[in-house]
Design a protein around this ligand. Structure first.
Ligand SMILES: NC(=O)c1ccc[n+]([C@@H]2O[C@H](COP(=O)([O-])OP(=O)(O)OC[C@H]3O[C@@H](n4cnc5c(N)ncnc54)[C@H](O)[C@@H]3O)[C@@H](O)[C@H]2O)c1
Length: 355
């Protein structure tokens, strides 16, 4: 992959304002080439964590070594953190050095968590190469790995030094992964990012990144407003925990994260309608946006609603009965104590294809 930066539109820089841990998100064609600008002065070595199929090359300008991790959700595991950490020791990586995560959300989540833990924290630069990563996963300092019991159950808040969202890398991203990223983009359309469909891809990513940066700057540790970024995610996480995402032997129903979020957005719209928070036109608008990205609009066949209800109760955001982010007259809000009957009725509505 080569870049002709002379004819590319200028890069967009979005600040994440977190006091002495503030950083920039740089968005645009060839943004990965800025990586050497962000290497800490103390760093003598860079550990580049990526996956074999990604093929995005970065030049940190200091001695570096590439560490490959496996592909897929299963690779977001404590075993990967142990493997990476041991390989970092062999490489001689010190606390003054830097980890560069080059990949989608799986790489930035896992490499980010490894960076957060290794020597109790080493500098991290995210070079995001997937649509989902660029609009969401690479930004905001949430790092995590999965347990067999559920997604993202072990992690840390560890803010990067910079996030480089190189839109040129999206050229090689498989179409289904690009669409999956649009599931997170659809979420932003209901959190106040207007007229996304009228913007170029760089502008769309920048608009989503700007909102995420603003929310993270205000509520880094997800005490309140940041929870809104989980719009559509309560059901998505339950679907993933139920094995409907990326599970071996689940061909045909292996929902990608953004696809699960898309179904979660429609479920949340039905639930908000059942609770009298929005009208039919607003539900229809949710379907229109999700369909415009070519994302699924119904639960996979065979999913057990009772199991989803139980799993939504396990969601780590649910500390006080069933908690959902729901649309309403004042926009998306945190709604607690939602009755089981309403949840089951909304699940039934989102089971019907072509609603
Ligand atoms: N930390 C957060 O705030 C946050 C937010 C949202 C999602 N996430 C996490 O993000 C993950 C999903 O991220 P994702 O959708 O990027 O999935 P992913 O990282 O699995 O990437 C999707 C696939 O595309 C490949 N790929 C990535 N970039 C490529 C490129 N430029 N060219 C060719 N192939 C490329 C990957 O190797 C992988 O096979 C989930 O684990 C989810 O939990 C985290």
């Amino acid at each position: 992959m080569t870049s002709d930066l002379s004819s590319a539109p200028p890069l967009t820089r979005v600040p994440v304002d977190l006091g002495d841990r503030s950083y920039e998100i740089v968005i645009g064609h060839g943004a990965r080439h800025l990586v050497s600008e962000f290497i800490p002065a103390s760093a003598r070595r860079a550990a580049i964590v990526t996956q074999r199929n990604i093929g995005v090359v970065v030049d940190p300008g200091i001695p570096s070594q590439i560490f490959y991790m496996e592909d897929g959700e299963e690779a977001k595991s404590l075993a990967t953190i142990a493997e990476l950490s041991r390989a970092f020791v062999s490489f001689g990586l010190t606390r003054a050095d830097v980890v560069i995560a080059v990949g989608g959300g799986v790489v930035t989540d896992a490499a980010g968590f490894a960076a957060a833990c290794y020597h109790r924290g080493v500098g991290l630069i995210n070079v995001s190469t997937s649509m989902l990563g660029q609009v969401d996963a690479a930004i905001g300092g949430k790092t995590a790995v999965n347990l067999p019991e559920g997604k993202n159950l072990v992690g840390a808040f560890w803010q990067p030094i910079a996030v480089l969202c190189d839109t040129e890398t999206l050229v090689t991203l498989p179409e289904r992964e690009r669409r999956s990223g649009c599931g997170e983009m659809a979420k932003y359309a209901f959190l106040g990012v207007e007229n996304l469909d009228q913007l170029s891809i760089e502008e769309q990513i920048a608009a989503c990144a700007r909102l995420k940066a603003e929310v993270v700057s205000e509520d880094e540790r997800e005490g309140n407003r940041r929870m809104l970024l989980n719009y559509g995610h309560t059901l998505a996480h339950a679907l993933e925990a139920a094995g409907f995402a990326d599970g071996p032997g689940r061909e045909g129903i292996d929902l990608r994260h953004g696809e699960a979020v898309a179904i979660g957005l429609l479920f949340a719209a039905h639930l908000a309608r059942l609770l009298g928070r929005i009208d039919d036109a607003r539900v229809a608008r949710h379907y229109e946006v999700v369909r415009s990205y070519g994302l699924p609009t119904a639960l996979p066949v065979g999913v057990n609603h009772g199991e989803l209800l139980r799993l939504m109760g396990h969601d780590k955001k649910a500390t006080d009965g069933l908690l959902f982010i729901l649309d309403g007259p004042r926009g998306a809000e945190i709604v607690r104590g939602v009755p089981d009957e309403a949840v089951l009725a909304a699940l039934a509505l989102v089971s019907v294809a072509g609603h």
